[in-house]
Design a protein around this ligand. Structure first.
Ligand SMILES: [Zn+2]
Length: 263
């Protein structure tokens, strides 16, 4: 009998303690203590609901807009050099250029391995990529541009100054071409006398667009961004490194828009 009474009393005390604990947990919102949640485990998944833990500020984590997140890259590094009509890079030249597979086309030596992997990837997919144009140095660009302006002025319809303005719309002014960075390539399926969206093998261009980011390249002049870049070149790819390339290609940005995120 005595043992039974002790057990009954013990059970009663335990039940009372349990009830006190429940009440305490329900009324602990105003600075109470957490009874079972370890520090930092607050939030909607907490089994006891909204319990404040002293010293832990339970501010809801805001849902970040995907466009606000950006890769942790140093945009002042060489991979991100920007050449366009608003950012004339003057006589900039890559520190060292190397021949692409022994051809007369050259590329920045720091990114040559990425380019060779990109080309090999296209070959493994059954294509025969051909490099139409890669690095163009400042003086060559100047020569190309002046030749074009002279050609336009030659008929006598325009003054040379007018011809220069027209030439700016059909070819790159010296210092504004992505090709001068040494990180750009025009990839086609064969040699063309002149490039146009209509004549280059669409299957190859599609493969290049879909896979370029895996090798650190982006489509530098996407059709949809012509209003920003001024150009539409579905064959023109530019090295920026895989981290930035994946971000840019996933979102369909152009290099100008990407760099703006860091301003
Ligand atoms: Zn190009």
């Amino acid at each position: 009998m005595r043992t039974r009474n002790i057990l009954m009393s013990f059970a009663f005390i335990m039940l009372t303690l349990f009830l006190i604990l429940i009440v305490a947990s329900r009324t602990s919102e105003a600075g109470g203590i957490s009874l079972s949640a370890p520090a930092g485990s607050g939030g909607p998944d907490n089994a006891l609901g909204d319990i404040s833990i002293p010293g832990v500020v339970q501010t809801p984590v805001p849902t970040q807009h995907p466009e606000v997140e950006k890769p942790d890259v140093d945009v002042t590094s060489w991979e991100f050099i920007l050449a366009n009509s608003e950012h004339n890079i003057g006589t900039y030249a890559p520190a060292q250029t190397v021949s692409i597979e022994g051809t007369a086309q050259y590329f920045d030596s720091r990114a040559i391995d990425a380019l060779l992997s990109f080309l090999q990837g296209a070959r493994d997919a059954g294509f025969s990529p051909y490099i139409m144009t890669s690095y163009i140095n400042y003086s060559s660009q100047e020569y190309i541009f002046n030749g074009r302006a002279s050609q336009i002025a030659w008929g006598g319809t325009y003054t040379y100054e007018q011809a220069v303005e027209i030439a700016r719309t059909v070819t790159f002014y010296p210092g504004t071409s992505d090709h001068q960075t040494g990180l750009a390539v025009d990839i086609t399926d064969k040699w063309y006398n002149s490039l146009s969206s209509a004549n280059v093998d669409e299957d190859l261009l599609e493969w290049l667009r879909e896979h370029c980011a895996e090798y650190g390249f982006i489509l530098r002049y996407p059709s949809l961004k012509e209003s920003v870049t001024g150009w539409d070149e579905p064959w023109h790819f530019r090295y920026v490194g895989t981290t930035a390339a994946e971000y840019i290609m996933e979102r369909g940005l152009c290099l100008e828009e990407f760099l703006e995120l860091y301003e």
